[in-house]
Design a protein around this ligand. Structure first.
Ligand code: SF4
Ligand code: SF4
Length: 239
């Protein structure tokens, strides 16, 4: 599911992919690359190694993915759903898309294959790729949440680099249990986009059409942050 008010990000590549791309990145250069991404206002990076089953299921031949996460602006999120809000969200999306092309260029200039995955391509789900990182979880309100926060936009680069620091185990799955005890998003949803069992009803949600973000704004993960909610959860399960 994607924000239908987003427009395609024009191609900003300045550099061609290398003919014989390198497969291994040094720790120093990966750190330098991450530092450049953070200096470009990205919130953080994650990495997905796509399994053979995943690639077969989605009919793709990429395997190594760099996920670049950016915070959707608080000021925009707090606006009422409107055309102007959608326009501003798209402007933010375009800005970070442009920055992602620049980061892909840095990888190309250093000998790696690097291609932006088109976030508007409906043939593959960025959320499904994100879950392959073992660094994210889908909340009850159907948001793809990483530790950095709930209000994240994503861009992804598929690359020849084989030795990215892939996580082998997802330690965020407790969030599903926490969500089952919470339900604030259900109570706050103006569109009743949850069924009687608290399951998200995609077609009733207006986030992707009109920019609703009520469930983000009232979610404990947005209001308190991941670590504080985790501490609260740990206290809850100890009782
Ligand atoms: S409001 Fe509560 S139930 Fe909904 S996503 Fe956030 S933590 Fe989960
Ligand atoms: S309609 Fe709004 S509050 Fe309801 S689930 Fe969608 S984004 Fe969240």
């Amino acid at each position: 599911m994607r924000f239908i008010y987003h427009h395609p990000v024009p191609d900003f590549y300045q550099t061609e992919n290398p003919n014989c791309p390198k497969n291994f990145i040094s720790d120093d250069f990966l750190k330098e690359f991450s530092d450049i991404a953070i200096a470009s206002q990205f919130a953080g990076l994650s990495y997905s190694r796509l399994s053979d089953e995943f690639r077969t299921e989605w009919n793709i031949d990429w395997d190594n993915i760099i996920i670049l996460k950016y915070f959707m602006s608080d000021d925009i999120l707090k606006m009422e759903p409107s055309k102007e809000k959608c326009r501003l969200e798209d402007a933010e999306f375009q800005e970070f898309g442009q920055k992602t092309f620049a980061l892909a260029d840095i990888l190309r200039q250093n000998g790696f294959r690097a291609d932006l995955i088109n976030p508007l391509d409906d043939r593959v789900s960025l959320r499904a790729i994100a879950m392959q990182s073992n660094d994210a979880v889908i909340t009850r309100s159907n948001m793809c949440m990483f530790r950095e926060g709930l209000n994240l936009g994503l861009f992804m680069i598929q690359t020849s680099i084989e030795n990215l620091p892939f996580k082998m185990k997802n330690d965020m799955l407790w969030v599903r249990d926490y969500c089952s005890t919470c339900g604030v998003c259900i109570d706050r949803c103006p569109e009743n986009a949850f069924d009687g069992d608290g399951k998200f009803i995609r077609k009733a949600c207006t986030a992707h059409r009109h920019g609703c973000s009520q469930c983000i704004l009232f979610c404990p993960f947005y209001k308190r942050g991941y670590d504080k909610v985790k501490k609260r959860y740990d206290r809850m399960v100890k009782k």
